[in-house]
Design a protein around this ligand. Sequence first.
Ligand SMILES: [Zn+2]
Length: 259
Amino acid sequence: MLNHRSVNLIFPLLFILLLTLDFKIGISNWFYPMLVVFKFAVMFWGSYFINSNYHIKTRCDVKTDKKEIAITFDDGPDKNVTPALIEVLNKHNAKAAFFCIGRKIEGNENVIKKIDSEGHIIGNHSFSHSNFFDFFTTGKMKREFEQSDKLVFDATGKQMNLYRPPYGITTPAMKKAVKEKQYETIGWSVRSMDSMQKNEQKLMNKLTKQLKPGAVFLFHDTWPGVVPLIDKFLTEAKVQGYSVVRLDELFKINAYKNV
Ligand SMILES: [Zn+2]
């Protein structure tokens, strides 16, 4: 499998191979910078594509014949959008996973309590969701995870077990932090880009085209438009014979460590 460890083993071997070839038959000097560029390209691919499993084993979907999907919301909670969304989810009898940002939980503890009491689950999405999160050290990431864990624990009495990397970017430092905290890392198979696509019909067409057994959909409970969008999407999913299963049940894993 192509992951960070195997790449770190392969590239020195390739370098030695180039040196040997250069010594025996003579090769263009361009091969050396090309090797470096190739290595950075592989690392970029591995860090930016969460389903690559390059740094961290990440659950993005499930192989199944059953017409079941999971839906997830990132970057909340929002004091208005999240409760409105919960109403719509309840109307469709659908349970979702909310990957919350710690600093947004502060002051919105009642929203966190509502997510939990209505039967949805909460996952860790860092405390700051900083643009520079992927440059943080293992220690700094761990502190952020623990800050968010404590906020959710204080509100619900539950210890989060699921983690979704901010921006879906993974790094070697994050791998260590996740291992020490023993989280299950969660990705997605369908990224809706919901808050960017302003044409609702286009977005709906894109989403319904990607309805597949075992798919995990990513939305954001940060913009009001997600509420009617989810209402329509869940109606269409049902028409096509799909049912929404809570993420932890789809993957058959624990949403929390202490229950
Ligand atoms: Zn996010």
